[in-house]
Design a protein around this ligand. Structure first.
Ligand SMILES: Cc1cc2nc3c(=O)[nH]c(=O)nc-3n(C[C@H](O)[C@H](O)[C@H](O)COP(=O)(O)OP(=O)(O)OC[C@H]3O[C@@H](n4cnc5c(N)ncnc54)[C@H](O)[C@@H]3O)c2cc1C
Length: 418
């Protein structure tokens, strides 16, 4: 294809912002929101390869639950009591901020609690053991025995459950769009960032049709982070998750989000009776450690078997849609945040290990604080990539603060959205 002089000049033109967020998922959009919330004069762009919410943030089940991918006892075992409590409170803050900062009616917010359901007596015992520990941490939880659990869900075969009163659900795609709109950022979709360089000062970014410059960049690119910064690969193990949904139905039996079998399966019924279910990758972990967007008969069959066995009322409900999405898992189950190697002042976030909706909005605030010059914002020590550095914190970990007034060169911005 030939290139006109106008197109050529347009591609050479450099658009300048104070901060560029790469990735229009829950984490990127939330970071843009908090940047502007902290400093309204900042000129912020969200640069997205596809459309807002094209990645995992627009493909998930919409659970906004507290804690990590495992039960609280396991968190105490792997991180210690204090860190486990702080992680729980971080995710609780996330939930509270979503409901206090945003217009919840625009994204289907419901906070009627969540259930972690046990498949076996041993799992149930663990959930029971979590109760005093969670209550001591200030978490509002109630244990339900097998009869109460199965009766509540019109389910069969569950050994008990833990009800957390502060669990919530959202329409995740609408949430991402709402946060992006509220952020006031310049949203640039269909612009995959292909290269990232130290702009001395600042950072320069290149997409097929744009040249961009900013004082700082925030990389919130989900599973694509290693394609731009290969040295961060170990923090972002790609992991595919598959889901399905049934046709709508007259009755709603399961009104709260349900995790079961140690998080291996999850179920949610929408208000119109449609059932969403996902998981089933535990027997296929090697095949599912991929960023390829595809469903597989084996995992889809596992989800259906689970659904039909435990929720017999779903057996007559035809499956309407099947899909997948890619998440990133971190080496220790906690998200990973840190400076981008070679780009002083720029930061990345990855490794949300299946719970990005539980962390994302609050994590955006942490990232905005980092970019804004706070070297140790509340919670940073829980997520800092330094924990994987055998030599301890590096000198590169101090984020560079952006200037307190917007970049003068930001006036060069294009007014067209591309
Ligand atoms: C099926 C499924 C169910 C899930 N269920 C839940 C749930 O119920 N609750 C929960 O808490 N979590 C859930 N998760 C996990 C959750 O969705 C993720 O942890 C979260 O969405 C991660 O958000 P993110 O913003 O980091 O990444 P993403 O949502 O993946 O966003 C990254 C964005 O960056 C863009 N991008 C990539 N490369 C580039 C580039 N070069 N240039 C510009 N843009 C780029 C992508 O297009 C994408 O839009 C689920 C995940 C899946 C897949």
């Amino acid at each position: 294809m030939t290139t006109s002089i106008w197109q050529h000049a347009h591609r050479k033109h450099e658009t300048v912002y104070d901060v560029i967020v790469v990735g229009g998922g829950i984490v990127g959009c939330s970071t843009a929101y908090w940047l502007r919330r902290r400093q309204p004069s900042l000129d912020v762009a969200i640069v997205e390869a596809d459309t807002l919410g094209a990645g995992a943030s627009g493909r998930n089940a919409g659970f906004v639950v507290q804690g990590t991918d495992v039960d609280f006892l396991s968190d105490i075992e792997r991180y210690g009591r204090r860190a486990a409590r702080r992680l729980w409170h971080f995710t609780r803050d996330n939930r509270d901020l979503l409901s206090s900062e945003l217009h919840t009616s625009t994204f289907g917010w419901r906070s009627d609690g969540s259930l972690t359901v046990a498949a076996t007596e041993a799992e149930n015992q663990r959930l029971q053991d979590c109760v005093p520990r969670l209550r001591a941490a200030g978490a509002p939880v109630v244990h339900l025995d097998a009869d109460k659990t199965n009766a509540r869900l019109r389910a069969s075969g569950f050994a008990g459950s833990l009800f957390v009163t502060t669990g919530a659900v959202v329409n995740p795609l609408r949430l991402v769009h709402h946060i992006a709109a509220e952020s006031g950022a310049d949203v640039r979709t269909q612009h995959p960032v292909e290269a990232l360089d130290d702009g001395e000062p600042g950072v320069t970014l290149r997409t097929p049709h744009l040249r961009l410059r900013a004082d700082q960049a925030v990389l919130a690119m989900g599973a694509s982070l290693p394609s731009l910064v290969p040295s961060l690969r170990s923090f972002a193990q790609p992991m595919r998750a598959q889901m399905l949904s049934t046709q709508a139905a007259e009755r709603q039996h399961a009104s709260v989000p349900i995790y079961s079998h140690g998080g291996a399966f999850y179920v949610r019924q929408l208000e119109d009776g449609m059932v969403l279910a996902g998981g089933g990758r535990h027997s296929h972990t090697e095949a599912e450690a991929t960023a390829t967007d595809a469903t597989t008969p084996a995992v889809q069959a596992a989800i259906e078997r689970y659904l039909h066995r435990h929720f017999p009322w779903t057996q007559a409900m035809p499956i309407e849609r099947r899909w997948s999405g890619t998440m990133t898992f971190s080496p220790d189950g906690r998200p990973v945040v840190g400076p981008v190697p070679g780009l002083p002042g720029s930061v990345f976030a990855t490794g949300f290990t299946g719970h990005g909706m539980g962390y994302g909005f609050r994590m955006g605030r942490l990232l905005a604080d980092l970019v804004g010059g706070k070297s140790q914002p509340d919670g940073y020590d829980l997520f800092s990539a330094d924990r994987f550095d055998p030599d301890g914190p590096t000198s590169d970990t101090q984020p560079r603060s952006h200037p307190s007034s917007p970049s003068t060169s930001a006036q060069n911005r294009h007014s067209s959205s591309q």
